[in-house]
Design a protein around this ligand. Structure first.
Ligand code: SAM
Length: 391
Protein backbone atom coordinates (compact mmCIF):
# COMPACT_ATOMS: atom_id res chain seq x y z
CA UNK A 1 0.00 0.00 0.00
CA UNK A 2 1.16 3.52 -0.80
CA UNK A 3 2.27 5.62 2.17
CA UNK A 4 1.64 8.93 0.41
CA UNK A 5 0.69 11.74 2.78
CA UNK A 6 -2.31 12.64 0.63
CA UNK A 7 -3.25 11.31 -2.79
CA UNK A 8 -4.40 13.60 -5.55
CA UNK A 9 -8.00 12.49 -5.73
CA UNK A 10 -8.89 14.99 -8.45
CA UNK A 11 -6.88 13.22 -11.14
CA UNK A 12 -8.08 14.23 -14.55
CA UNK A 13 -9.33 11.94 -17.36
CA UNK A 14 -7.23 13.75 -19.99
CA UNK A 15 -4.11 13.98 -17.81
CA UNK A 16 -1.82 12.23 -20.31
CA UNK A 17 -3.26 13.75 -23.50
CA UNK A 18 -3.39 17.34 -22.26
CA UNK A 19 0.03 17.40 -20.65
CA UNK A 20 -0.70 20.64 -18.79
CA UNK A 21 -0.57 19.16 -15.28
CA UNK A 22 2.71 17.29 -15.46
CA UNK A 23 2.79 16.55 -11.70
CA UNK A 24 -0.77 15.32 -11.32
CA UNK A 25 0.40 11.81 -10.48
CA UNK A 26 1.82 13.21 -7.22
CA UNK A 27 -0.11 14.30 -4.15
CA UNK A 28 0.14 18.06 -3.48
CA UNK A 29 2.70 17.65 -0.64
CA UNK A 30 4.76 15.45 -2.99
CA UNK A 31 4.54 18.10 -5.72
CA UNK A 32 5.89 20.71 -3.31
CA UNK A 33 8.71 18.37 -2.30
CA UNK A 34 9.54 17.73 -5.97
CA UNK A 35 9.68 21.48 -6.68
CA UNK A 36 11.74 22.17 -3.55
CA UNK A 37 14.32 19.59 -4.62
CA UNK A 38 14.44 20.95 -8.16
CA UNK A 39 15.03 24.53 -6.97
CA UNK A 40 17.67 23.34 -4.50
CA UNK A 41 19.46 21.36 -7.20
CA UNK A 42 19.61 24.41 -9.44
CA UNK A 43 20.05 27.23 -6.94
CA UNK A 44 21.46 26.08 -3.61
CA UNK A 45 24.99 26.85 -4.81
CA UNK A 46 23.97 30.55 -4.62
CA UNK A 47 22.46 30.45 -1.11
CA UNK A 48 20.09 28.50 1.14
CA UNK A 49 16.70 27.94 -0.48
CA UNK A 50 13.73 28.74 1.79
CA UNK A 51 10.86 26.26 2.03
CA UNK A 52 8.46 26.59 -0.91
CA UNK A 53 5.17 28.33 -0.05
CA UNK A 54 2.29 26.18 -1.30
CA UNK A 55 -1.43 26.88 -1.63
CA UNK A 56 -4.03 25.94 0.98
CA UNK A 57 -6.51 24.97 -1.74
CA UNK A 58 -4.52 24.24 -4.89
CA UNK A 59 -7.48 24.00 -7.29
CA UNK A 60 -9.22 26.32 -9.77
CA UNK A 61 -6.58 28.97 -9.20
CA UNK A 62 -6.22 30.12 -12.82
CA UNK A 63 -7.90 33.48 -13.45
CA UNK A 64 -7.13 33.28 -17.18
CA UNK A 65 -8.46 30.39 -19.25
CA UNK A 66 -7.88 29.85 -22.93
CA UNK A 67 -9.57 27.37 -25.26
CA UNK A 68 -8.86 26.31 -28.84
CA UNK A 69 -11.63 25.09 -31.17
CA UNK A 70 -11.91 22.31 -33.71
CA UNK A 71 -14.71 20.73 -35.77
CA UNK A 72 -14.35 16.98 -36.26
CA UNK A 73 -15.29 14.98 -39.39
CA UNK A 74 -18.84 14.49 -38.10
CA UNK A 75 -19.28 18.23 -37.63
CA UNK A 76 -19.04 18.10 -33.84
CA UNK A 77 -17.38 21.15 -32.30
CA UNK A 78 -14.73 20.50 -29.69
CA UNK A 79 -13.18 23.07 -27.34
CA UNK A 80 -10.18 22.51 -25.13
CA UNK A 81 -6.41 22.64 -25.15
CA UNK A 82 -3.78 21.53 -27.62
CA UNK A 83 -2.37 18.09 -26.89
CA UNK A 84 1.16 18.61 -25.59
CA UNK A 85 3.60 19.02 -28.46
CA UNK A 86 0.87 19.15 -31.14
CA UNK A 87 -2.05 21.20 -32.43
CA UNK A 88 -4.60 18.44 -31.89
CA UNK A 89 -7.41 19.83 -29.69
CA UNK A 90 -8.17 17.71 -26.60
CA UNK A 91 -11.81 18.29 -25.56
CA UNK A 92 -12.06 19.71 -22.02
CA UNK A 93 -15.17 21.10 -20.33
CA UNK A 94 -13.64 21.66 -16.91
CA UNK A 95 -10.16 21.59 -15.44
CA UNK A 96 -8.95 21.37 -11.85
CA UNK A 97 -6.57 24.31 -12.33
CA UNK A 98 -8.99 26.65 -14.14
CA UNK A 99 -11.58 29.10 -12.86
CA UNK A 100 -14.95 27.31 -12.75
CA UNK A 101 -16.98 30.20 -14.23
CA UNK A 102 -14.48 30.69 -17.06
CA UNK A 103 -14.81 27.00 -17.99
CA UNK A 104 -18.60 27.28 -17.99
CA UNK A 105 -18.51 30.34 -20.27
CA UNK A 106 -16.31 28.51 -22.76
CA UNK A 107 -18.72 25.54 -22.89
CA UNK A 108 -21.67 27.92 -23.32
CA UNK A 109 -19.99 29.74 -26.23
CA UNK A 110 -19.23 26.39 -27.90
CA UNK A 111 -22.87 25.34 -27.59
CA UNK A 112 -24.06 28.63 -29.10
CA UNK A 113 -21.85 28.39 -32.20
CA UNK A 114 -24.13 26.20 -34.42
CA UNK A 115 -27.23 28.37 -33.87
CA UNK A 116 -25.24 31.43 -35.01
CA UNK A 117 -23.67 29.47 -37.92
CA UNK A 118 -20.26 30.33 -36.54
CA UNK A 119 -17.54 28.04 -37.93
CA UNK A 120 -14.33 27.10 -36.17
CA UNK A 121 -10.97 28.03 -37.64
CA UNK A 122 -9.11 25.28 -39.47
CA UNK A 123 -5.34 25.59 -39.09
CA UNK A 124 -4.64 23.48 -42.20
CA UNK A 125 -6.79 25.51 -44.59
CA UNK A 126 -6.53 28.86 -42.78
CA UNK A 127 -10.33 29.15 -43.14
CA UNK A 128 -13.08 29.44 -40.54
CA UNK A 129 -14.12 32.00 -37.95
CA UNK A 130 -13.55 31.23 -34.26
CA UNK A 131 -9.93 30.42 -33.36
CA UNK A 132 -9.75 30.77 -29.59
CA UNK A 133 -11.59 32.03 -26.57
CA UNK A 134 -9.91 33.74 -23.68
CA UNK A 135 -11.67 34.40 -20.39
CA UNK A 136 -10.05 36.55 -17.70
CA UNK A 137 -11.69 37.04 -14.32
CA UNK A 138 -10.69 39.45 -11.56
CA UNK A 139 -11.02 37.21 -8.51
CA UNK A 140 -11.34 40.19 -6.14
CA UNK A 141 -13.75 42.26 -8.29
CA UNK A 142 -15.56 39.43 -10.11
CA UNK A 143 -15.24 41.41 -13.36
CA UNK A 144 -15.10 39.03 -16.32
CA UNK A 145 -13.69 39.59 -19.80
CA UNK A 146 -14.57 37.32 -22.71
CA UNK A 147 -12.25 37.59 -25.72
CA UNK A 148 -13.34 35.90 -28.96
CA UNK A 149 -10.34 35.44 -31.25
CA UNK A 150 -11.53 35.27 -34.84
CA UNK A 151 -9.74 34.55 -38.11
CA UNK A 152 -11.71 37.23 -39.99
CA UNK A 153 -13.03 40.66 -38.94
CA UNK A 154 -16.63 40.30 -40.12
CA UNK A 155 -18.77 38.97 -37.27
CA UNK A 156 -22.32 38.36 -38.58
CA UNK A 157 -25.08 38.77 -35.97
CA UNK A 158 -22.56 39.82 -33.34
CA UNK A 159 -25.14 41.84 -31.40
CA UNK A 160 -27.43 38.82 -31.05
CA UNK A 161 -24.50 36.63 -30.09
CA UNK A 162 -23.46 39.09 -27.39
CA UNK A 163 -27.06 39.21 -26.11
CA UNK A 164 -27.28 35.41 -26.05
CA UNK A 165 -24.08 34.90 -24.02
CA UNK A 166 -24.94 37.77 -21.63
CA UNK A 167 -28.34 36.22 -21.02
CA UNK A 168 -26.60 33.10 -19.72
CA UNK A 169 -23.77 34.97 -17.96
CA UNK A 170 -24.88 38.45 -16.93
CA UNK A 171 -21.75 38.62 -14.78
CA UNK A 172 -19.59 39.08 -17.93
CA UNK A 173 -18.53 42.73 -17.79
CA UNK A 174 -16.83 43.07 -21.18
CA UNK A 175 -16.65 41.23 -24.51
CA UNK A 176 -13.86 41.85 -27.03
CA UNK A 177 -13.34 40.51 -30.56
CA UNK A 178 -9.65 40.04 -31.29
CA UNK A 179 -8.83 39.49 -34.96
CA UNK A 180 -5.98 37.14 -35.80
CA UNK A 181 -5.88 36.44 -39.56
CA UNK A 182 -2.31 35.12 -39.52
CA UNK A 183 -0.99 31.58 -39.77
CA UNK A 184 0.77 31.78 -36.46
CA UNK A 185 1.07 30.01 -33.13
CA UNK A 186 0.33 33.29 -31.35
CA UNK A 187 -3.19 33.29 -29.94
CA UNK A 188 -3.93 37.01 -30.12
CA UNK A 189 -3.77 39.21 -33.21
CA UNK A 190 -2.99 42.93 -33.40
CA UNK A 191 -6.49 44.36 -33.88
CA UNK A 192 -9.49 44.22 -31.61
CA UNK A 193 -12.99 45.64 -31.27
CA UNK A 194 -14.88 46.09 -28.05
CA UNK A 195 -18.30 44.46 -28.49
CA UNK A 196 -19.60 45.11 -24.97
CA UNK A 197 -18.42 46.96 -21.85
CA UNK A 198 -15.15 48.80 -21.33
CA UNK A 199 -12.72 46.45 -23.10
CA UNK A 200 -10.78 45.64 -19.95
CA UNK A 201 -11.34 44.28 -16.43
CA UNK A 202 -9.96 45.36 -13.09
CA UNK A 203 -8.65 43.37 -10.17
CA UNK A 204 -7.24 44.13 -6.72
CA UNK A 205 -3.91 42.81 -5.47
CA UNK A 206 -2.16 43.77 -2.21
CA UNK A 207 -4.71 46.56 -1.72
CA UNK A 208 -4.03 48.19 -5.14
CA UNK A 209 -6.43 48.33 -8.08
CA UNK A 210 -5.27 47.22 -11.53
CA UNK A 211 -6.74 47.55 -15.00
CA UNK A 212 -6.01 44.53 -17.23
CA UNK A 213 -6.41 44.74 -21.02
CA UNK A 214 -6.82 41.63 -23.22
CA UNK A 215 -3.18 41.57 -24.35
CA UNK A 216 -1.53 42.65 -21.09
CA UNK A 217 0.27 40.14 -18.89
CA UNK A 218 -1.29 39.54 -15.48
CA UNK A 219 -0.17 36.82 -13.06
CA UNK A 220 -2.54 33.85 -13.41
CA UNK A 221 -2.78 32.85 -9.74
CA UNK A 222 -3.86 35.92 -7.75
CA UNK A 223 -3.86 34.14 -4.37
CA UNK A 224 -0.19 33.21 -4.68
CA UNK A 225 0.68 36.45 -6.46
CA UNK A 226 -0.05 38.31 -3.23
CA UNK A 227 2.37 35.93 -1.46
CA UNK A 228 4.99 36.41 -4.19
CA UNK A 229 4.72 40.20 -4.31
CA UNK A 230 4.65 40.29 -0.48
CA UNK A 231 8.03 38.52 -0.44
CA UNK A 232 9.43 40.80 -3.17
CA UNK A 233 8.43 43.91 -1.16
CA UNK A 234 9.76 42.35 2.08
CA UNK A 235 13.11 41.64 0.36
CA UNK A 236 13.32 45.24 -0.91
CA UNK A 237 12.72 46.53 2.68
CA UNK A 238 11.89 50.03 1.45
CA UNK A 239 12.42 52.91 3.87
CA UNK A 240 10.67 55.76 2.07
CA UNK A 241 13.17 57.60 -0.09
CA UNK A 242 14.47 54.97 -2.49
CA UNK A 243 14.49 55.23 -6.26
CA UNK A 244 13.14 51.95 -7.56
CA UNK A 245 13.15 50.43 -11.06
CA UNK A 246 10.39 47.96 -11.96
CA UNK A 247 11.71 46.23 -15.07
CA UNK A 248 9.58 43.88 -17.21
CA UNK A 249 6.78 45.61 -15.28
CA UNK A 250 3.66 44.43 -17.16
CA UNK A 251 0.71 46.54 -15.95
CA UNK A 252 2.89 48.04 -13.23
CA UNK A 253 1.86 45.78 -10.36
CA UNK A 254 5.17 45.44 -8.50
CA UNK A 255 6.17 49.10 -8.96
CA UNK A 256 2.76 50.37 -7.85
CA UNK A 257 2.75 48.11 -4.78
CA UNK A 258 6.33 49.27 -4.03
CA UNK A 259 5.22 52.91 -4.34
CA UNK A 260 2.38 52.23 -1.90
CA UNK A 261 4.87 50.53 0.43
CA UNK A 262 7.38 53.32 0.79
CA UNK A 263 9.35 53.70 -2.46
CA UNK A 264 10.26 57.36 -2.98
CA UNK A 265 10.22 57.27 -6.75
CA UNK A 266 9.42 54.42 -9.18
CA UNK A 267 10.27 53.99 -12.86
CA UNK A 268 8.84 51.04 -14.82
CA UNK A 269 9.81 49.59 -18.20
CA UNK A 270 7.83 47.15 -20.34
CA UNK A 271 7.81 46.12 -24.01
CA UNK A 272 4.05 45.57 -24.48
CA UNK A 273 2.38 48.91 -25.32
CA UNK A 274 -1.07 47.85 -24.04
CA UNK A 275 0.44 46.86 -20.69
CA UNK A 276 2.27 50.21 -20.42
CA UNK A 277 -1.01 52.06 -21.08
CA UNK A 278 -2.62 49.97 -18.32
CA UNK A 279 0.30 50.73 -15.98
CA UNK A 280 -0.07 54.51 -16.51
CA UNK A 281 -3.83 54.30 -15.80
CA UNK A 282 -3.13 52.05 -12.79
CA UNK A 283 -0.70 54.55 -11.25
CA UNK A 284 -3.40 57.24 -11.49
CA UNK A 285 -6.13 54.93 -10.15
CA UNK A 286 -3.97 54.29 -7.08
CA UNK A 287 -3.33 58.04 -6.58
CA UNK A 288 0.39 57.77 -7.22
CA UNK A 289 2.38 60.68 -8.59
CA UNK A 290 5.87 59.36 -7.90
CA UNK A 291 5.79 56.75 -10.67
CA UNK A 292 6.51 56.76 -14.44
CA UNK A 293 6.32 53.99 -17.03
CA UNK A 294 8.18 53.61 -20.32
CA UNK A 295 7.50 51.37 -23.29
CA UNK A 296 10.93 49.89 -23.92
CA UNK A 297 12.96 46.74 -24.23
CA UNK A 298 14.20 46.24 -20.66
CA UNK A 299 17.83 45.70 -21.80
CA UNK A 300 17.80 48.90 -23.91
CA UNK A 301 16.15 50.81 -21.08
CA UNK A 302 18.80 49.65 -18.60
CA UNK A 303 21.65 50.45 -20.99
CA UNK A 304 20.36 53.97 -21.52
CA UNK A 305 19.78 54.48 -17.79
CA UNK A 306 23.31 53.22 -17.01
CA UNK A 307 24.82 55.51 -19.68
CA UNK A 308 22.97 58.44 -18.14
CA UNK A 309 24.52 57.48 -14.81
CA UNK A 310 21.17 56.70 -13.14
CA UNK A 311 21.68 55.29 -9.64
CA UNK A 312 18.56 53.44 -8.47
CA UNK A 313 18.56 52.01 -4.95
CA UNK A 314 16.49 48.93 -5.79
CA UNK A 315 15.89 47.13 -9.09
CA UNK A 316 12.99 44.70 -9.38
CA UNK A 317 13.32 42.42 -12.40
CA UNK A 318 10.62 39.97 -13.51
CA UNK A 319 11.56 38.74 -16.99
CA UNK A 320 9.67 36.16 -19.09
CA UNK A 321 10.68 32.47 -19.06
CA UNK A 322 13.74 33.13 -21.24
CA UNK A 323 15.24 35.17 -18.41
CA UNK A 324 17.16 38.39 -18.84
CA UNK A 325 19.81 39.26 -21.42
CA UNK A 326 23.45 40.24 -21.27
CA UNK A 327 22.69 43.88 -22.09
CA UNK A 328 20.36 44.06 -19.09
CA UNK A 329 22.70 42.29 -16.67
CA UNK A 330 25.80 44.30 -17.71
CA UNK A 331 23.88 47.57 -17.27
CA UNK A 332 22.52 46.40 -13.92
CA UNK A 333 26.08 45.78 -12.69
CA UNK A 334 27.15 49.19 -14.01
CA UNK A 335 24.27 50.93 -12.19
CA UNK A 336 25.13 49.08 -9.02
CA UNK A 337 21.85 49.34 -7.05
CA UNK A 338 21.98 48.42 -3.34
CA UNK A 339 19.45 45.64 -3.89
CA UNK A 340 18.21 43.54 -6.77
CA UNK A 341 14.97 41.62 -6.36
CA UNK A 342 14.72 39.01 -9.12
CA UNK A 343 11.28 37.41 -9.66
CA UNK A 344 11.51 34.41 -11.96
CA UNK A 345 9.11 31.86 -13.47
CA UNK A 346 11.94 29.64 -14.71
CA UNK A 347 14.61 28.41 -12.26
CA UNK A 348 16.88 27.30 -15.14
CA UNK A 349 17.26 30.76 -16.66
CA UNK A 350 17.33 32.20 -13.14
CA UNK A 351 20.35 29.98 -12.36
CA UNK A 352 22.06 31.15 -15.55
CA UNK A 353 21.47 34.84 -14.75
CA UNK A 354 22.48 34.44 -11.10
CA UNK A 355 25.70 32.73 -12.22
CA UNK A 356 26.50 35.68 -14.49
CA UNK A 357 25.70 38.28 -11.84
CA UNK A 358 27.57 36.58 -9.01
CA UNK A 359 30.66 35.82 -11.14
CA UNK A 360 30.92 39.27 -12.72
CA UNK A 361 30.02 41.61 -9.89
CA UNK A 362 30.00 41.91 -6.09
CA UNK A 363 26.37 40.73 -5.94
CA UNK A 364 25.50 37.70 -3.86
CA UNK A 365 22.15 35.96 -3.48
CA UNK A 366 20.97 36.48 0.13
CA UNK A 367 17.55 34.84 0.03
CA UNK A 368 15.79 32.49 -2.39
CA UNK A 369 12.07 31.95 -1.86
CA UNK A 370 10.13 29.53 -4.11
CA UNK A 371 6.36 30.15 -4.30
CA UNK A 372 4.00 27.61 -5.84
CA UNK A 373 2.10 29.66 -8.40
CA UNK A 374 1.22 26.71 -10.64
CA UNK A 375 0.03 23.66 -8.65
CA UNK A 376 -0.08 20.33 -10.57
CA UNK A 377 2.24 21.70 -13.26
CA UNK A 378 6.04 21.48 -13.26
CA UNK A 379 6.38 25.29 -13.37
CA UNK A 380 8.16 26.98 -10.48
CA UNK A 381 8.28 30.63 -9.42
CA UNK A 382 11.05 32.06 -7.23
CA UNK A 383 11.95 35.42 -5.77
CA UNK A 384 15.59 36.16 -5.02
CA UNK A 385 17.24 38.99 -3.08
CA UNK A 386 20.73 40.00 -4.20
CA UNK A 387 22.90 42.52 -2.39
CA UNK A 388 26.50 43.62 -2.81
CA UNK A 389 29.18 42.07 -0.62
CA UNK A 390 32.79 43.14 -0.17
CA UNK A 391 35.19 40.45 -1.32
C1 SAM B 1 6.65 37.50 -16.15
S1 SAM B 1 5.88 38.94 -16.79
C2 SAM B 1 5.96 40.00 -15.40
C3 SAM B 1 5.08 41.20 -15.44
C4 SAM B 1 4.84 41.90 -14.10
N1 SAM B 1 6.07 42.12 -13.38
C5 SAM B 1 3.83 41.15 -13.26
O1 SAM B 1 4.18 40.60 -12.20
O2 SAM B 1 2.65 41.12 -13.67
C6 SAM B 1 7.11 39.51 -17.89
C7 SAM B 1 6.77 40.80 -18.59
O3 SAM B 1 7.91 41.16 -19.40
C8 SAM B 1 7.46 41.72 -20.61
N2 SAM B 1 8.60 41.60 -21.54
C9 SAM B 1 8.96 40.53 -22.30
N3 SAM B 1 10.10 40.78 -22.94
C10 SAM B 1 10.47 42.05 -22.58
C11 SAM B 1 11.58 42.89 -22.91
N4 SAM B 1 12.54 42.47 -23.73
N5 SAM B 1 11.64 44.11 -22.36
C12 SAM B 1 10.67 44.55 -21.51
N6 SAM B 1 9.60 43.80 -21.16
C13 SAM B 1 9.50 42.57 -21.69
C14 SAM B 1 6.21 40.93 -20.94
O4 SAM B 1 5.38 41.65 -21.83
C15 SAM B 1 5.58 40.74 -19.55
O5 SAM B 1 4.70 41.80 -19.26
Amino acid sequence: MSNRPETNKQSCPVYKKCGGCQLQNLSYPEQLEFKQKKVEKLLKRFCTVEKIIGMKTPYHYRNKVQAAFYTDKKGKIISGVYQSGSHHVVGIDSCQTEDVIADKIIVAVRKLLPSFRMTTYNEDTGKGFLRHILVKRGFATNQIMLVLVTGTPVFPSKNNFVKAILKQFPEITTIVQNINPYRTNLVLGDNQKVLYGKGYIEDILCGCRFRISPKSFYQINPVQTEVLYGKAIEFANLKGSETVLDTYCGIGTIGIIAAKNGAGNVIGAELNGDAVRDAIVNARANNLKNIRFYKADAGEFMREAANEDEKPDVVFMDPPRAGSDRKFLESLIKMSPKKVVYVSCNPETLARDLAYLTQNSPYKAQKIQPVDMFPHTAHIECVVLLTKVLR
